[in-house]
Design a protein around this ligand. Structure first.
Ligand code: LMR
Length: 342
């Protein structure tokens, strides 16, 4: 890759992400050459090493370096130490890093297809999301951002999202007037507006401080993220709402991927599939462990939704589904519904 950062930025502002990706593809057409040392996969992500994503990323590194010594090296940068998610999407598209696992919600600016993952109360649990991801829609979903130079190679779960705030958020009315941190997704924005709250899109690394200083009052995230990023220390109430799915597209830079020798690419995909199954199998337990740790800390009170409250929530959120059903597409939405509500 010979493109300099400043040239990249200049071109980016003139022609946008897709034009730049084409340019970068041309410049990197010379391909990966392992004769000068191992092929390097830089893999930045924003969560802590003990989260579902952190564990899977470290296992990917371990297996690649064990099975392909001297051929491929993986550098994992956890906890946002290299860059935030938004920057990592651009960095992946430009080939500055080779692999990322960003929340599907944050790819909203590149495809409307992943909006289906953010529809509140659609997927009842991780198994439901997995049925959808591994069903007939899989290839369409993995290829949804290919035009931006980003190839999906797998789906990783984090967990189901829970609400946190200054009050128990057991009904939509309880959220009225609260400022909520959300991921960069228009569906999540509509969800909070539908609750009467005030949504603020914000990078993950800024959330703890925003809660601590009162820049935002409330947020939604998984138990694993709430525990490992210590949001429970600055949230008097957490509500076990399981109202939405938080999962990742495991993605590679497409010109990099195509430049790999065929056998290397195949071996990497085998490891990716193995690690995805391993990580997804234990995501539920990692979240349960995080919840147990939060309860043990005694720092936040945990509220739970009963069936009646859950029904009120789901009914209140239906207009959000209506707003996004056209942009998601009928076939995809029906496939998600068939898998999601079983
Ligand atoms: C968030 O921003 O809340 C999540 O996407 C963080 C993550 O990667 O799980």
């Amino acid at each position: 890759m010979t493109t300099t950062k400043s040239a990249t930025v200049q071109y980016r502002s003139q022609f946008g992400l897709i034009g730049l990706v084409l340019l970068v593809g041309l410049l990197s057409a010379c391909g990966s050459d392992s004769s000068n040392g191992p092929i390097l996969i830089k893999f930045p992500h924003v969560t802590a090493p003990g989260t579902p994503k952190g564990l899977a990323a470290d296992r990917f590194k371990m297996l690649v370096e064990e099975r392909m010594p001297g051929i491929v090296t993986v550098e994992v940068y956890p906890s946002g130490q290299l860059m935030n998610d938004d920057d990592s999407i651009d960095a992946l598209a430009f080939g500055e890093v080779q692999m990322i696992a960003v929340s599907l919600s944050k790819l909203d600016r590149l495809t409307k297809k992943y909006q289906v993952f953010d529809l509140p109360f659609l997927f009842v649990d991780l198994a439901a999301a997995e049925r959808f991801q591994s069903g007939p829609a899989r290839e369409e979903l993995l290829g949804a951002v290919l035009k931006s130079g980003i190839r999906g190679v797998g789906f990783w779960h984090n967990g189901m999202k829970q609400f946190g705030g200054p009050v128990p958020i057991t009904s939509p009315e309880a959220a009225e007037g609260l400022k909520f941190r959300i991921m960069e997704s228009d569906v999540l924005q509509a969800q909070i507006l539908q609750m009467g709250g005030n949504p603020q899109k914000m990078a993950f690394g800024e959330v703890y401080q925003a809660l601590q200083t009162g820049a935002v009052d409330a947020q939604e995230n998984t138990w694993a993220n709430t525990y490992s990023s210590k949001f429970y220390e600055v949230q008097p109430y957490l509500t076990e709402s399981n109202h939405g799915y938080l999962g990742y597209l495991l993605a590679v830079n497409e010109p990099f991927w195509q430049s790999l020798p065929e056998d290397v690419r195949q071996q990497l995909q085998v490891i990716i599939d193995e690690v995805s199954a391993w990580g997804n199998d234990q995501a539920k337990e990692v979240n349960a462990g995080a919840l147990a740790n939060i309860i043990e800390s005694g720092r936040s009170e945990i509220a739970r939704l009963n069936d009646g409250e859950r029904k009120v929530w789901a009914d209140t959120m239906l207009p959000v589904w209506d707003t996004f059903s056209d942009s998601i597409g009928e076939d995809l939405l029906n496939a998600a519904l068939a898998a999601g509500q079983q």
